[in-house]
Design a protein around this ligand. Structure first.
Ligand code: SAM
Length: 273
């Protein structure tokens, strides 16, 4: 740890600081910053990823909530490059506005970070809200969360997170990171994942709200058949019109099946039948 940082790790902020240089190098290599990229790091902490990224790239924007880390981060960053520190909650940062103001030549940013695990899902859904402004994302998360994100139909861990993310992004697990790579060591394995938002022409969801409602209802009671789980959301005739079996369970349905049903419902809500 650098002399600038004297505060102990704060559990409630999900602070598990990376100290394994092999892992840090692998993450920086996975991100592979190129000239002109605008990299935005979520939760720089004590700079474990920030400073190597700064050394390689020269300029980084980072968003950190813990005010005790702001001054030490700024001080330590000076030796490495230009750090634009956004002091606050990542969930309050409008990535679309940030990309418009400070993005690359295409008006996009690249997100990266060893995320606070207690906020993983809210951060992923927040990023999805701004997918058009994001070129790609490289995140460290709990291994179990990465497995859920990347799972396909038939898997025990295929669920709402898998379907919501895969409708908008390609999700690629990269490598597993053991607890010993962090201080303090978390109780679980971690993994690094890459997500690349699909280009607008490949996003086929017509209405995000309808899609989210269908997926939430379908997996809300994952042991039930679609006919029962989707009561009040879709009628049996609509489920069948979307090419799905009413006796199927959500965990058997492909992402495209949910998209198809949500698009059909968007055009003709259940009570319009
Ligand atoms: N990047 C550092 C590393 O790898 O050692 C720190 C990672 S630590 C797992 C997560 C970081 O996210 C912490 O620095 C924590 O203070 C920060 N954080 C927690 N909640 C946040 C929020 N809502 N917005 C921005 N940063 C947050």
């Amino acid at each position: 740890m650098s002399l600038h940082f004297t505060e102990p790790a704060k559990k409630h902020l999900g602070q598990n600081f990376l100290h394994d240089h092999g892992v840090i190098d692998k993450i920086v290599q996975a991100i592979a910053p190129r000239p002109g990229d605008v990299i935005v790091e979520i939760g720089p902490g004590q700079g474990a990823l920030t400073f190597p990224l700064l050394k390689k790239h020269g300029e980084i924007t980072a968003i950190e909530f813990d005010r005790d880390l702001h001054a030490p981060l700024q001080a330590a960053a000076q030796a490495h490059g230009v750090l634009h520190l956004i002091e606050g909650d990542v969930l309050a940062v409008d990535f679309t506005a940030l990309a418009a103001a400070r993005g690359d030549a295409q008006g996009q940013i690249r997100l990266a970070g060893n995320l606070p695990y207690n906020l993983s899902s809210p951060i992923l859904f927040h990023a999805l809200d701004h997918a058009g402004a994001i070129r790609d994302m490289h995140f460290m998360l709990q291994k179990e969360v990465v497995e859920r994100m990347a799972a396909g139909p038939g898997s025990k861990v295929y669920g709402r997170l898998s379907v919501m993310l895969q409708a908008y992004c390609t999700v690629t697990p990269l490598f597993v990171v053991p607890p010993g790579a962090f201080r303090p060591a978390p109780k679980v394995d971690s993994a690094v994942v890459r997500m690349v938002p699909l280009p607008p022409e490949r996003i086929v969801v017509r209405n995000r709200g309808t899609f989210a409602a269908v997926v939430r209802a379908a997996f809300g009671q994952r042991r039930k058949t679609l006919r029962n789980a989707l009561q009040g959301v879709a009628e049996s005739a609509q489920i069948e019109a979307a090419g799905l079996r009413v006796e199927a369970r959500a965990e058997q349905v492909e992402v495209a099946g949910f998209v198809h049903l949500a698009n059909l419902l968007h055009n003709a809500p259940p009570n319009a039948l």
